[in-house]
Design a protein around this ligand. Structure first.
Ligand SMILES: Cc1cc2nc3c(=O)[nH]c(=O)nc-3n(C[C@H](O)[C@H](O)[C@H](O)COP(=O)(O)OP(=O)(O)OC[C@H]3O[C@@H](n4cnc5c(N)ncnc54)[C@H](O)[C@@H]3O)c2cc1C
Length: 795
């Protein structure tokens, strides 16, 4: 499934915003707008004003004076200003409160990720600031702010032009930054964002140069509320820094234990499992059977109501269910993802208890026997069958999640199934015949149980929680493994617990933090390619293990994902359902059916996946590649229709392209090389599959092909389709800590050996999607849980 996570990502231009002239008590005239930030149900408007030098003052063309009035929600806040139309690749100004001081810092992001410290020469001088219980206000001079240059990264500019608009983005959060007293305070993703187009000619003022002198005189800082202040009176004010010049190099905040319970209070453990997702939960649960002490550390909040999750729409109030428990609400993460998805990855992943199994569509496929062909001995299909049987006995698949035994809005199964059936494709129940993926089609199979999400959190985790040798800690991030040479002695954490957690003698650390989280912990522990460890060392020099202890392994280098390509069609019998409205403004009979009987459309994974189809296509290189066609209700690619379908081609097993994930100076994980169609044989196979499918669909004249337009040449279609994570990712990332016998220590591709142990270490292991040596046939979560079952036999 596709997802566009964005800081300032969903912003739309708001040129209709009303700007007017506003003179503050210092006599500065701004071209200013009031705007609603929507960060709380009832909160006053914010203000942004811009004053520009006269066009004749060309030496000042790279600066402005800004005015911000920021409403403060009860949960705290920060507000950011972007000096162009998007968050990445331009100068960002962050503002927040430290007590009664307004703090500022320049940041820079190369993607929709937590920004790094800005390293260019922008300079901010506070002209005045004030704080009261409902607002903070800042008037500042921003020099070198319309051109930017993040050393070694990207340069850009937006110099004011006569008759033009200065595009300025804003973002406001509903959480106070961590460590608010330091300039490098940490932030979590904002809640709301938007854009202004400020008329340059209206913002210019010939008195500008006289106002800049205000910055030279601290005594002239205003300490009283201004007449335009939206509400309330000023209770205190101060000038925090007379000049916040961003000339320091990028620095990640080292974990500090100013908050959180001392981690040492947890005692020491035989197994420390890092990450409570598809791999970590079942593995930790099964390891409790050894009788040894097992600690599962999860960085996020609880998701399901079963473990204390709270996020829910009004209609679930009073129940023990959250939005994560109701399949029909699984798409809510595409509406609001703050506190759910990982803010430090450039792609979508769940950073909440359950990981991907909390946020995904619950598709649950018994692994194809060929999916194990690339695994080493001990992990071949025959080795895996006992583990797979145990998994499916615990979490059976269902094709009909509704308790009334009915399918809901499955019209596309009839439409496409008829065409495929007429052409010799066989209908299957895929969970009974996982190997039949050559010219087959079937219904979606889900891990849902009793109309709820079910899966590892409802089964394995419940078992584990009943054991007294198991402990789960939440909201606790593992920063790194502490080690002496190749032997781990524990982990360093921050969050709800802070400090070091130790291992018992003979203990093991197992990373189950996912295809990006496990590489990140390894990098921060001095394990990975030297170029990545060097970046970490520069970012957190005091915390990184000495370079003499680094272990050089190809962590992050074999990355794969299903390459997806959508086609969109409409057909008159198809009905789409408004699952977004099911959150905010649901149909009463549907919520009633769900709440009283676990029946109806809300038991289906949003937006309903009516049919799947599979075939194998052999590329010019003679390698057979698995294609999965995943059909979902609802159009995409800008097509609007209430009877639309998006049919997505997943290029899977057999594809040979590999990408790479790397870390940047803000310690964000990015996909620096996309794994899609690097090998032309992969592209050729995808195009062949597409030609076959489009040819079949032409047989039904009731189908209106909308995208690509009927008759489009298939090669041309692929040529214009962006090869980016945003366009192609299926969120099925694997292989960043590849398992194999070709040790990366000796120039091979493997990071972990067939016993899951990281090469060059004695007691550090990985078990999650990242070890899968080659992208699988279908959605991977059941495969990962099966690997965890098998791993519990070994660890
Ligand atoms: C939106 C979406 C939809 C999907 N749909 C499907 C589907 O329908 N069916 C399917 O089979 N697959 C689906 N997938 C893929 C599937 O969910 C993932 O492949 C799978 O969950 C990966 O398992 P994992 O154990 O490797 O990592 P995850 O399940 O991502 O778990 C990793 C866990 O580690 C935690 N963590 C990370 N770093 C740290 C740290 N440093 N300290 C402590 N904790 C940490 C994270 O918070 C997370 O809980 C989907 C994925 C997404 C994102």
């Amino acid at each position: 499934m596709k997802f566009a996570i964005a800081l300032l990502g969903g912003a739309s231009l708001a040129f209709g915003q009303t700007f007017s002239s506003y003179k503050n008590s210092q006599g500065i005239t701004f071209w200013q707008a009031n705007f609603g930030t929507r960060v709380a149900a009832s909160i006053p408007n914010a203000q942004f004003g811009l004053a520009l030098p006269p066009a004749s003052a060309t030496s000042l063309n790279d600066e402005y004076i800004g005015h911000l009035a920021v409403p403060i929600p009860s949960s705290g806040t920060w507000m950011g200003i972007a000096h162009a139309s998007q968050m990445p690749d331009n100068l960002l100004l962050l503002t927040w409160l430290n007590g009664n001081k307004v703090m500022t810092d320049f940041r820079y992001a190369t993607d929709y990720l937590t920004p790094a410290e800005y390293t260019g020469n922008a300079k901010l001088t506070v002209l005045s600031s004030s704080v009261n219980s409902t607002f903070y206000e800042l008037t500042y001079r921003c020099e070198h702010c319309w051109t930017w240059n993040q050393t070694g990264q990207v340069a850009g500019s937006q110099l004011p032009k006569a008759g033009g608009n200065q595009i300025v983005g804003w973002a406001e959060a509903t959480t106070t930054p961590t460590n608010p007293s330091v300039q490098t305070a940490g932030i979590v993703q904002h809640y709301a964002d938007g854009l202004f187009g400020v008329a340059v000619d209206s913002a210019r003022n010939s008195a500008y140069t006289s106002w800049t002198a205000l910055g030279a005189s601290p005594t002239s800082v205003t300490t009283t509320a201004t007449s335009s202040k939206p509400t309330g009176s000023v209770t205190s004010s101060s000038k925090p820094t007379s000049s916040a010049s961003a000339t320091s190099s990028a620095a990640a905040v080292a974990p500090s234990c100013t908050s959180g319970t001392a981690a040492s209070s947890l005692g020491s453990w035989d197994y420390v499992v890092v990450g409570g997702g598809a791999g970590g939960i079942p593995l930790a649960a099964k390891l409790t059977n050894t009788g040894k002490k097992v600690l599962l550390i999860e960085r996020g909040n609880p998701s399901s109501g079963r473990q204390g999750g709270q996020l829910k729409p009004t209609w679930l109030q009073g129940t023990n269910l959250t939005q994560f428990d109701v399949p029909g609400l699984c798409n809510e993460i595409y509406v609001s993802s703050a506190g759910i998805t990982c803010p430090d990855y450039g792609v979508l992943a769940g950073c909440i208890l359950g990981g991907g199994t909390a946020v995904n569509a619950g598709l649950w496929w018994k692994p194809h026997p060929k999916d194990f062909a690339a695994f080493p001995s001990g992990w071949q299909s025959s080795d895996m069958q006992a583990a797979i049987s145990r998994v499916f006995a615990k979490i059976p698949f269902t094709e009909v999640p509704s308790s009334d035994g009915q399918f809901y809005q499955m019209q596309a199964y009839g439409v496409l199934g008829n065409i495929l059936g007429r052409n010799g494709w066989g209908a299957v129940t895929a969970g009974n015949t996982p190997e039949q993926k050559t010219l087959n089609y079937g219904h979606a199979e889900n891990m849902f149980s009793h109309g709820e999400r079910g899966g590892p959190m409802a089964t394995y985790l419940v078992d584990a929680m009943a054991k007294n040798n198991f402990k789960l800690i939440l909201n606790t991030m593992v920063d790194r493994i502490t080690r002496t040479g190749g032997t781990a002695t524990g982990v360093t954490v921050e969050g709800a617990y802070c400090g070091n957690i130790t291992l018992n003698a003979g203990g093991k650390v197992i990373l189950s933090a996912g295809a990006f989280g496990s590489p990140k912990v390894l990098f921060r522990s001095g394990i990975g390619p030297a170029d990545q460890l060097t970046i970490v060392q520069a970012a957190e020099p005091g915390a990184m293990i000495a370079s003499s202890q680094w272990i050089d392994l190809p962590v992050g280098k074999s990355l794969q994902d299903h390459a997806q390509t959508d086609i969109v069609w409409t057909q008159s019998s198809i009905q789409n359902y408004d699952f977004n409205a099911a959150f905010t403004n649901p149909i009463a009979s549907d919520t009633q059916a769900y709440l009283s009987k676990r029946a109806g459309i809300l038991t289906e994974a949003a937006p309903v996946f009516p049919i799947f189809a599979w075939h194998e296509v052999t590329g010019p290189d003679g390698i057979a590649r698995q294609i999965q066609w995943q059909v979902r209700n609802g159009p995409s690619h800008g097509i609007s229709s209430s009877n639309g379908i998006t049919q997505t081609q997943y290029l899977g097993r057999g594809s040979t392209s590999r990408g790479r994930t790397t870390i940047n100076s803000a310690l964000n994980m990015v996909v620096s090389t996309v794994p899609y169609y690097q090998d032309p044989n992969d592209l050729a196979a995808a195009q062949t599959s597409m030609s076959i499918m489009l040819g079949l669909m032409k047989q039904d004249s009731s189908i209106n092909m909308q995208y690509p337009a009927s008759g489009t040449n298939v090669s041309a279609f692929y040529a214009q389709y962006p090869v980016t994570t945003g366009s192609r990712s299926a969120n099925h990332w694997v292989s960043s800590c590849k398992m194999g016998t070709d040790s990366g220590l000796n120039g091979g591709t493997a990071v972990v050996d067939p016993n899951l142990k990281v090469y060059g270490t004695n007691n550090i292991y990985v078990l999650d999607a990242s070890i899968i040596p080659e992208i699988c046939s279908a959605n991977p979560s059941a495969l990962i849980v099966s690997l965890a079952e098998r791993a519990s036999d070994i660890l």
